[in-house]
Design a protein around this ligand. Structure first.
Ligand code: BGC
Length: 731
């Protein structure tokens, strides 16, 4: 439909019809067995169901065709319904959770993964996904850290951009792509105390420099939608926050697409104490520029009244509705309302999609310890123990359209490649101990300590028989994701007991940690010969993990987020501001900024990860010692594979502005490159440093770089390397 026809359609619509384009209701309203995250079915009136512009949470070729047919036939202007879904890290083929995808440090692979997700979702009738989540996460207590690509603004920016590109492709009309939605705008990851939905308090410069960065970068790729967040920022809920939505999102970022609220967030402004009632909430949502009200019911109940009373102008309503109609038009829905609904049975997992997922897993695994080259495993007797050894629950709480039955467990994958007489399985304990069970009822576990005694005895028996014990521990998938904040980052006691008992057998211990958030691993490190973080790896989790255990692939992930010694360090991130009393590196440092009982930094820092080979970084240099604003400097290093296996190095460039009108972080990731090297091979890796990369939100409240000294590290992780220096001269 061309622009004129679209405007003519708009002009012909009644106010009620227009308002309803801005209303999203749960798919469960159209179908009995739909997935929903909150409100119960049957709560919306018939006219809302007949006219609501979009729905969420349902998928499936046949089902959606039926719903669409009926909807269009009843709609006065036959405007198609839009179907949205949370396709976060996979639809049918589930990839590693986003935190694991961040650990790949490979935006190209992430783009390909998003293309696959879009292809599968679109073939199931989905028009838009609520992804990427570009929230910066510095607090492991916040369960939604699993849905982010980590703690760094540059890494998040690159990953979010790659996801938008992968989902949307070059042409949205192409029925193998879906619309992307950058969420949750803004600063949802900064919830105080790591408690979900909580308030955030951020200075404008921290907000702009860190928290807003990845959204802003992703928006440069023209995502069709942006979603408002649940939290308030400095006292104003994001969903009603005009500074955020009008000044920053629309004016500064130039976002022209559809702004959708998070689930119920318009109505939640009442609970926040920001709106008096539903009508006031609808008004405040509209005034902030929220186009679609997801499931709060405020727009459907009161927006027409607000327009009739003149509180919301018809012009404002029309603008919002036109954005939604444009989205439908860009998706090609006016030409083909059944877009993508061709396959009777919907998408299927293919050999190719499995292969892509398998490679994504190996690229995301982060090897933290490998004492005396315990890994890869040799031909030896292996006992697979732990609650993650043979579970299909490897997909995260945000992968509800992927079926567990398609998932390959670690044990199943090991059984494919190991001789049966050389492997044994003994789960050893339940996922959670009793304390955790009461704290998290969602983890419906039906076992008690007595059962664990029995399980433990079996595991000890298997370990005594084996040469090496592969112990698969971690958080249950229901312990990360929305509403899963935790005040402890320890593994459940029952799992720690199993690990201690395994250690007592004197056998080699390879510990695999399955998790959606950083955990406290100090004790685990001491008890393990090898230690690897496997995240929540998805459909091909078992295969990917076993490929690495057996040496078919080398682990190449790097931590996308710092792993603390203890929860008391949270929020923890490598790019901290310096203090007036820095703690000396090797000393107790009384009266300096430190903890009496713990290091300041992470147990395992951002960017850290081992490989099966070793790399040497030599000849690090800068092409010049001074740089002017119109110049660039090249930072280079030679990386050599000094081991005897092929492997990937993730070369990281960090920069510090030594003195500024505002203090600058002790270092910040400025660029990275992942390279693969054969044994003995070397490669010169170069990065370009431009003036633009050195800008920040200065004391004058503007983006600028400032003259002076800069330090540069070209290294292997955020705590590594010897600094080089240059001077920036802006004239
Ligand atoms: C979550 C969003 C999600 C939405 C729709 C909300 O509870 O915060 O991330 O996209 O539900 O399912």
């Amino acid at each position: 439909m061309d622009k004129q026809a679209l405007e003519a359609l708009l002009n012909d619509m009644s106010t009620e019809e227009k308002v309803m384009q801005l209303v999203q209701i749960s798919g469960s309203e159209y179908e009995a067995d739909a997935e929903i995250t909150g409100i119960e079915r049957g709560q919306v009136k018939d006219n809302v169901k007949r006219l609501a512009g979009s729905t969420l949470g349902i998928w499936g070729s046949k089902r959606l065709r039926k719903i669409q047919e009926q909807y269009i036939s009843e709609h006065p202007h036959h405007i198609p319904l839009m179907f949205m879904l949370d396709v976060i890290h996979g639809h049918k083929t589930v990839l590693p959770c986003p935190l694991g995808q961040g650990a790949t440090f490979d935006p190209d692979a992430v783009r390909k993964g998003a293309e696959l997700q879009a292809r599968e979702a679109a073939a199931d009738g989905v028009h838009a996904t609520f992804s990427p989540m570009a929230d910066l996460c510095r607090d492991a207590r916040w369960g939604r850290i699993m849905e982010s690509t980590g703690e760094d603004k540059l890494l998040n920016s690159r990953m979010s951009k790659a996801m938008v590109e992968g989902y949307q492709g070059d042409d949205l009309k192409d029925p193998t792509h879906v619309a992307a939605c950058v969420k949750h705008f803004a600063a949802y990851g900064a919830a105080e105390g790591g408690r979900d939905y909580n308030n955030t308090e951020l200075s404008e410069h921290t907000l702009r420099e860190y928290y807003l960065r990845a959204y802003g970068e992703a928006i440069k790729k023209n995502p069709v939608m942006v979603m408002s967040s649940f939290n308030s920022i400095n006292g104003i809920p994001a969903t009603g926050n005009q500074f955020l939505m009008k000044k920053i999102l629309r004016e500064e970022f130039g976002f022209q697409g559809v702004l959708i609220s998070d689930w119920g967030a318009v109505g939640e402004m009442i609970n926040h104490g920001f709106a008096e009632d539903q009508k006031d909430a609808a008004l405040k949502g509209m005034m902030a520029g929220v186009d679609i009200d997801m499931c709060s019911g405020c727009y459907s109940a009161y927006l027409e009244e607000l327009v009739n009373e003149g509180a919301v102008s018809m012009e404002m309503l029309d603008e919002a509705v036109l954005r939604v109609l444009n989205m439908k038009n860009d998706l090609g829905l006016f030409e083909d309302p059944y877009r993508g609904l061709t396959m009777e049975s919907g998408p299927v997992i293919t050999k190719e999609s499995r292969q892509l997922a398998r490679e994504a897993v190996t690229a995301s695994l982060v090897l933290l310890e490998n004492k005396e080259n315990t890994l890869p495993l040799r031909k030896e007797k292996l006992a697979f123990v732990g609650p993650y050894a043979d579970t299909k629950r490897l997909q995260s709480s945000w992968a509800f359209s992927g079926e567990d039955e398609n998932t390959v467990t670690v044990w199943e994958a090991a059984s494919e490649v190991c001789e049966p007489e050389l492997i044994k399985l003994a789960v050893g304990c339940t996922m959670l101990d009793q304390d955790a069970m009461t704290a998290r009822e969602i983890c419906h576990v039906d076992h008690w300590q007595e059962k664990n005694d029995e399980l433990l005895a079996e595991a000890i028996h298997a370990a005594k028989w084996a040469d090496t014990v592969i112990i698969c521990l971690g958080e249950d998938i229901a312990q990360s994701g929305e509403a899963t904040s935790k005040a402890s980052l320890k593994l459940p006691m029952v799992q720690l007991r199993l690990l201690n008992e395994m250690k007592k057998t004197g056998k080699k211990i390879v510990t695999l940690i399955f998790t959606g958030r950083p955990l406290e691993l100090k004790e685990v490190r001491e008890l393990s010969d090898a230690l690897m973080v496997c995240w929540l790896p998805g459909t091909e989790g078992g295969h990917g993990v076993v490929d690495v255990l057996m040496g078919k692939a080398s682990p190449s992930g790097r931590l996308s987020v710092s792993f603390p010694y203890t929860v008391g360090q949270e929020p923890l991130h490598y790019d901290m501001y310096p203090t007036g009393r820095p703690k000396p590196e090797n000393g107790p440092g009384p009266y300096t900024s430190r903890y009496l009982d713990c290091e300041n930094g992470a147990l395992y820092p951002f960017g850290y990860g081992l490989s099966y080979t070793t790399f040497e970084y030599t000849d690090a240099k800068l092409s010049a010692q001074t740089m002017s604003a119109s110049d660039t400097i090249t930072a280079s290093v030679t990386v050599r594979n000094t081991g005897d296996r092929k492997g990937s190095a993730t070369v990281q460039l960090y920069v510090r502005d030594v003195t500024g009108s505002r203090v600058r972080p002790i270092r910040e990731l400025a660029d990275f490159k992942k390279i693969s090297l054969e044994p003995g091979a070397e490669e010169k890796v170069s990065f370009t440093i431009s003036e633009e990369m050195l800008r920040f939100w200065t004391a004058e409240e503007k983006w600028a770089s400032e003259e002076g000294k800069f330090r540069v590290w070209i290294c292997d992780n955020s705590c590594d390397g010897i600094p080089l220096e240059f001077q920036l001269k802006n004239r």
